[in-house]
Design a protein around this ligand. Structure first.
Ligand code: PLP
Length: 483
């Protein structure tokens, strides 16, 4: 791989575009800006033509794997293809040019989008009220747990513990800990679901909430939620749903109807928006009526056919975001929901489930399946059988890159040895799934017949196997100029 940095290909005095000649008198900067703010040295920014820059970034994108280049079955992350029309529509000046301090009167269209999106999400989830502020799933969790704490405080005692299953996403225990709660982790049962007896043994009046992902991170539907919700109500605790996997439920069942009190959405997984590399995301949080008064301010409400920001919430947890959330991600979710309609959303769910089950059935002869139940939108295999030949899950993941396919999520959930967590999403065709299945079957054969080949993968990518810890441990983003 030999793509130099823009700084390295900079060739002095080259420009991306030229400005027309000035038609006003030129003034010396020193007369306009105080001396102490003036730069003493040249900025050192690269000087290049537009073509130099475009080619640089296109070459870089060719070296990388992305959803527009190939299949990306990263479990739990929901890497579905996102419609181009979203990008075109959100690039509208009326949306991108808004200022967050603008008077509500002058931004009614944007307020309506946020207000209606909130209504749709409440309807989809069976909840009563919502905040759009959180900027990611983890941020939504923090908001949700703060609301739960405020609720218990209003009853006189914030309580001490949060219970979560051992299959939960790492952000769940992190959220509980950062919110000042003690974490009680409970084991999953043989079916990969919440063990009710174990849950019961931890329930008392110091439990603030149980955080549950449904479908859980094994891709399995937690079928006992109604019972779990009753058990929690008996001790005055609340039920939190990590809704990152809502693309396996929406249009078919609703968290609110199952007894969840709080749910966060990952708009960037479930409702379009390309993601990865840190954002942007959006993690709205919806709550039941009894928790409404604790939502972050401002809450968008409709008064006399106008949308306004309501700051008058004495019991609010405060602000969770500088302004109102990642607005353009909300717009994309809005477009996605409006384009699909209720029937379309239901089909998303059905196809996501069908695709995951097709992969599971096609691969179950070749890879170990620790939980033999019908999954929802993702399936989790174990690489234990291949490991006996010295081929680890990491090697399988690397070998897939040689087949032009991004690796699935590996080594998560933690309760599965050598886990391979595959989420195809609803947007992939049968041909793409078959191509992936063929690759996985060939790798299983290679692991039997030629384990060294798999262990040395990838061999066809721009760079071979990297030291994955090095960049994180020795981060160096400084470019040293040679002159
Ligand atoms: C992705 C994910 C999260 C965290 O969401 P972010 O937007 O990455 O912060 C939480 N729980 C589950 C199950 C997830 O898949």
């Amino acid at each position: 791989m030999s793509e130099p940095l823009l700084f390295e290909i900079s060739s002095g005095n080259r420009k991306g575009f030229s400005l027309p000649p000035m038609d006003v008198p030129e003034k010396d900067l020193a007369n306009l800006i105080p001396e102490k703010f003036l730069r003493k040295n040249d900025t050192g920014l690269p000087e290049l033509s537009e073509l130099d820059v475009i080619r640089h970034f296109v070459r870089l994108s060719n070296l990388n794997h992305h959803i527009e280049k190939g299949f990306y079955p990263l479990g739990s992350c929901t890497m579905k293809y996102n419609p181009v029309i979203n990008e075109l529509l959100v690039n509208n000046d009326g949306l991108t040019g808004l200022h967050p301090f603008q008077d509500e009167e002058t931004a009614q269209g944007a307020m309506q989008i946020m207000g209606e999106l909130g209504d749709y999400l409440c309807e989809i989830s069976g909840m009563d009220s919502i905040t759009m502020q959180p900027c990611a799933g983890a941020h939504g969790e923090l908001t949700g747990i703060k609301i739960i704490r405020a609720y218990h405080e209003s009853k006189g005692n914030p309580r001490k513990k949060i219970i979560l299953p051992d299959s939960s996403h790492g952000t769940n225990p992190a959220t509980a800990a950062i919110s000042g709660y003690e974490i009680v982790q409970i084991k999953s049962n043989k079916e990969g679901l919440v063990d009710l007896d174990e849950l019961k043994s931890h329930l008392d009046d110091e439990v603030a909430a149980f955080m549950l992902t449904n479908p859980n991170t094994l891709g399995l539907f937690e079928s006992q939620v109604v019972e779990i919700s009753k058990m929690l109500k008996d001790v005055g605790a609340l039920l939190y749903m990590d809704g990152a996997n809502l693309n396996a439920l929406f249009g078919v069942v609703r968290p609110g109807d199952m007894g969840f009190d709080v749910v966060h959405f990952n708009l960037h997984k479930t409702f379009a928006t390309p993601h990865g590399g840190g954002g942007p995301g959006s993690g709205p949080v919806a709550v039941k009526e009894s928790l409404k008064e604790f939502l972050p301010v401002p809450v968008i409400v409709k008064k006399d056919s106008k949308y306004v920001f309501d700051f008058d919430r004495p019991k609010t947890i405060g602000k969770i975001q500088g302004f109102y959330g990642n607005f353009l991600v909300m717009v994309k979710a809005y477009i996605y929901i409006r384009m699909l309609g209720s029937k379309g959303l239901k089909n998303v769910t059905k196809n996501a489930i069908l695709n995951a089950n097709y992969i599971l059935k096609s691969l179950e002869k070749y890879y170990d399946l620790p939980y033999k139940r019908t999954p929802m939108h993702e399936c989790v295999f174990s690489g234990d059988r291949q490991k006996e030949k010295g081929v680890k899950t990491l090697d399988i993941a690397k070998r897939l890159l040689d087949y032009g396919i991004h690796a699935p999520t590996v080594y998560f959930p933690l309760i599965v040895h050598e886990a391979l967590m595959i989420e195809p999403t609803e947007t992939e065709s049968k041909e793409t799934l078959d191509n992936f299945i063929d690759a996985m079957i060939s790798i299983a054969k290679e692991a039997e017949e030629n384990p060294e080949l798999v262990k040395s993968a990838p061999v066809k990518t721009p760079v071979s196997r990297l030291d994955e810890g090095l960049a994180a441990r020795n981060l160096n983003v400084r470019y040293e100029r040679k002159d």
